[in-house]
Write a protein that binds this ligand. Structure first.
Ligand code: BT5
Length: 272
């Protein structure tokens, strides 16, 4: 039986100054990111967190759906208020690193990172997705509500693989399926927030290069043959690196390097 999420249990394990000091917990919400958009406008402070036991409209990038069954996983959004009009794409990589480290500290499992923001684990049947990150930048609508960034993190914790809808069964897994035991979601949420604040503080003090290199150490995209899919084009090449801003550098068959700041990536694993 999975323990319920509890603000008190999470906060007991926090070592942060601001992250997680304000947590709003819902039994069910449309999307923790949507709720953050509402709460941020009405004054939630940086590091504020929205958590839910279930999401009725959990979302991925580009309008995709995030499967969000009740009572078993983590659906969490953190509020950032970075300065300047355009938040750095490195914040997305930073969040993925923090989520992976949170999982590692809690369970000993080491997820790898697929550009731009998937958390994967390797299984005997190949790479499986265990979590994803969705960053959304919003311009405040009132003079009193400045722009803000919502960092949405979804992790498959105790969901059983036979609960997955058919369209994601082949590509997804959960911590429970890997460990064969239930994971304490409150501990995981706290560890993740601890890492998130630690890296965000380093980001603000100018340690972009460290964040880039920690992401690279966990990357399972670099060196792979990849298909890069954008709305109006698809190209194939080898993932060579990421820029200082976090964009993906791909070497084409022609030898030319191309840089992608937003796209979907398929790992081809030498199959094509
Ligand atoms: C993501 O999008 O991976 C970002 C997911 C972010 C979810 C969190 S939960 C808290 C916060 N509130 C929200 O409403 N969202 C955030 P993307 O890279 O577009 O991947 C979406 C694709 O992953 C889907 O099209 C499916 O193929 C697959 N997918 C959906 N649900 C999944 C799940 N639970 N586990 C693994 N894969 C899933």
């Amino acid at each position: 039986m999975t323990l319920a999420l509890s603000i008190e249990s999470i906060q007991k394990k926090l070592t942060t100054h601001s992250f997680g000091k304000q947590i709003l917990l819902f039994d069910q919400i449309d999307s923790t990111n949507n709720e953050m958009q509402r709460q941020a406008q009405s004054g939630l402070s940086e590091g504020g967190v929205i958590l839910a036991e279930a999401q009725s409209q959990g979302k991925g990038r580009l309008g995709r759906k995030w499967f969000s069954p009740p009572g078993v996983n983590l659906y969490l959004s953190v509020l950032l208020r970075p300065s300047g009009p355009n938040p750095s794409p490195l914040l997305s990589l930073l969040s993925a690193v923090a989520a992976a480290e949170g999982i590692e500290t809690t369970t000993g499992l080491s997820p790898t990172l697929k550009w731009p923001n998937d958390l994967l684990v390797s299984t005997p049947s190949g790479e499986r997705k265990i979590g994803g990150i969705l960053l959304e930048f919003s311009q405040g609508t009132l003079p009193t509500s400045p722009p803000f960034l919502t960092v949405g993190i979804g992790i498959n914790v105790n969901v059983r693989s036979n609960q997955f809808p058919s369209e994601i069964t082949a590509g997804a897994t959960s911590l429970y399926e890997l460990l064969h035991e239930e994971v304490d979601r409150n501990l995981l949420a706290a560890m993740l927030l601890n890492q998130c604040e630690a890296w965000y503080t380093r980001f603000l003090s100018g340690e972009q290069e460290v964040i880039r290199s920690v992401w690279l150490q966990r990357s399972c995209t670099l060196g792979k043959k990849v298909r890069v899919v954008q709305r109006y084009q698809e190209v194939t090449g080898v993932a060579e690196g990421i820029t200082s801003e976090g964009a993906l550098i791909v070497k084409m068959e022609t030898g030319e390097n191309r840089v992608f700041s937003a796209a979907d990536v398929v790992h081809l694993n030498g199959l094509e």
